[in-house]
Design a protein around this ligand. Structure first.
Ligand code: SIN
Ligand code: MN
Length: 281
């Protein structure tokens, strides 16, 4: 999939692109039906909502689940990001966010690059987020909210919030959000399961709690230019990957045909990937 000049201009202006129904129902179902099994596992990669059993986020499923290992090599996501970053890509982070009915908690206002810079020493924002909806996203189940154009400001001042939710995040102050929203407003792309959003690593975003009876499971791939790989291994390897091997794509029909994929963490996460290291290797 190649982006047109109009799409490139739109990405440059807004910091995101939305592709409704990019994956068909059969492709989406091949991923969605795996999620309950992944969330039921007792592994460090499952981070549960504060005080609840519901999974907030599952990390690195592409290392131990066949359908997600195929998604991680899907040309419909990888190729446009290669085009935008003009480099080979490696997987910096892979997560399946639950935002489960009634239990799904807030994601405070932040830029992903804030965390990648402060925690992982990623040299520049040459990395991209790709979100794929595995459930319909509507106005009630906690859609992602963006401040269009905010990616132009680079890395903004952020504070480390380790108490609001079960997952630490470098967040942006309310005063700064007020100013940014005066300039850019807020948008919340919504659509059927199978829709995809690509967004810049400096785009300011958030999502509200899910008070609805509908789950809002979405997969997020964070693809980084190989030449921009992280320099610090403070976080566990399953959160911030330390393997910078370029991704090789599978054919476009890989979600509906069982192309073979490696599952190196199928029998458990290697101990060395479960904790931070003092030094980058
Ligand atoms: C994120 O910002 O990383 C996740 C937000 C969400 O899933 O709503
Ligand atoms: Mn984020």
């Amino acid at each position: 999939m190649k982006l047109s000049q109009t799409q490139l201009d739109q990405f440059d202006r807004d910091g995101y692109l939305f592709f409704p129904s990019l994956f068909n129902p059969e492709e989406t179902a091949s991923l969605r039906r795996e999620v309950p099994h992944l969330y039921a596992q007792d592994r460090p990669e499952n981070i549960r909502e504060k005080g609840k059993d519901s999974v907030r986020t599952n990390f690195a499923a592409h290392m131990y689940s066949e359908p997600f290992a195929r998604l991680a090599r899907h040309p419909r996501m990888v190729e446009p990001v290669m085009q935008l970053l003009d480099d080979e890509l490696y997987m910096h982070q892979f997560k399946i966010n639950g935002k489960m009915a009634f239990d799904g908690d807030v994601w405070q206002w932040h830029q992903d690059y804030g965390t990648w810079l402060n925690d992982d020493q990623m040299p520049t924002p040459r990395a991209m987020n790709v979100a794929i909806f595995l459930d319909e996203v509507n106005e009630f189940n906690g859609p992602l909210q963006f401040i269009p154009g905010s990616h132009k400001l680079g890395a903004l001042e952020a504070g480390h919030d380790i108490s609001t939710t079960s997952y630490p995040l470098w967040t942006i102050s309310n005063d700064n959000i007020r100013t940014l929203v005066k300039q850019g407003g807020i948008v919340a792309p919504k659509g059927p399961a199978g829709s995809m959003i690509m967004f810049h690593s400096c785009l300011v975003h958030a999502s509200a709690p899910n008070l609805s009876p509908w789950d809002r499971v979405s997969v997020y791939l964070s693809l980084c230019a190989v030449s921009n790989h992280i320099k610090r291994f403070k976080r566990p390897g399953y959160i911030a990957h330390r393997d910078f091997t370029p991704i090789t794509c599978l054919p476009d029909d890989c979600l509906v045909h069982p192309y073979p994929v490696d599952l190196p963490w199928k029998d458990g996460t290697p101990l060395i990937e479960q904790s931070g290291l003092q030094q980058a290797a």
